[in-house]
Design a protein around this ligand. Structure first.
Ligand code: V0V
Ligand code: CO
Length: 153
């Protein structure tokens, strides 16, 4: 069951400058950064609030690290802006299979590794009224039972 917005993914050309904008304008601080080689991105997660099913909600700022990454291709075509929306679920495997059964293309056979050791998959934007949609199950170590704003990530 999809129970929350895990994050909004925003593509940008310069991650550090974009982080500075979010800090200076809204006061949002970076909760976590990492490079995801498989996805071809460097990302910063800005935590907005905690939620009901163990995770939180974030703004995910994404900068491509390779010319051939999906985000680089998207930026070339569209410029900066909202790239995807991610819904949080306790069980991405079951939910993505159910959604596949409803005729929506799920892009991966098995969920892959996402930010902060989450497990993620994507739904094709052409089957979702133009919105690239991600499904996320947060890692147990990042659920509200274990983590706090003082986490080292
Ligand atoms: C492409 N399209 C989009 C879109 N990307 N529409 C809405 N939102 C987007 N983000 C449209 C595009 O305008 C085309 O429409 C059509 O889909 C085909 O696009 P394309 O440019 O030819 O690109 P493809 O088909 O090579 O790739 C599109 C897909 C790709 C969605 C298949 O971007 C993909 O695999 N995305 C999933 C992985 C990803 O995005 N990773 C980066 C975030 P027209 O022009 O034909 O009408 S990583 C992340 O979020 C992480 C790690 C995390 O959260 O933890
Ligand atoms: Co994402």
């Amino acid at each position: 069951m999809l129970t929350r917005i895990d994050h909004i993914g925003i593509a940008c050309f310069d991650l550090d400058k974009t982080v500075d904008f979010y800090r200076a304008t809204y006061g949002f601080e970076v909760f976590h950064t990492e490079v995801n080689e498989e996805q071809g991105v460097r990302e910063a997660m800005l935590r907005i609030n905690g939620t009901d099913d163990g995770g939180a909600s974030y703004i995910q700022l994404l900068e491509p690290v390779r010319e051939d990454s999906t985000v680089a291709k998207w930026l070339d075509k569209n410029g900066e802006g909202v790239h995807h929306i991610a819904f949080g679920t306790a069980d991405v495997d079951t939910d993505s299979e159910e959604i596949r059964g409803r005729g929506v293309r799920v892009l991966y056979d098995e969920p892959r590794r996402g930010s902060m050791d989450s497990r993620i998959t994507f739904l094709h934007p052409k089957d979702c009224h133009g919105v690239l949609t991600e499904l996320v199950t947060a890692a147990a170590s990042h659920t509200s039972e274990y983590s706090s704003a003082t986490t080292s990530h």
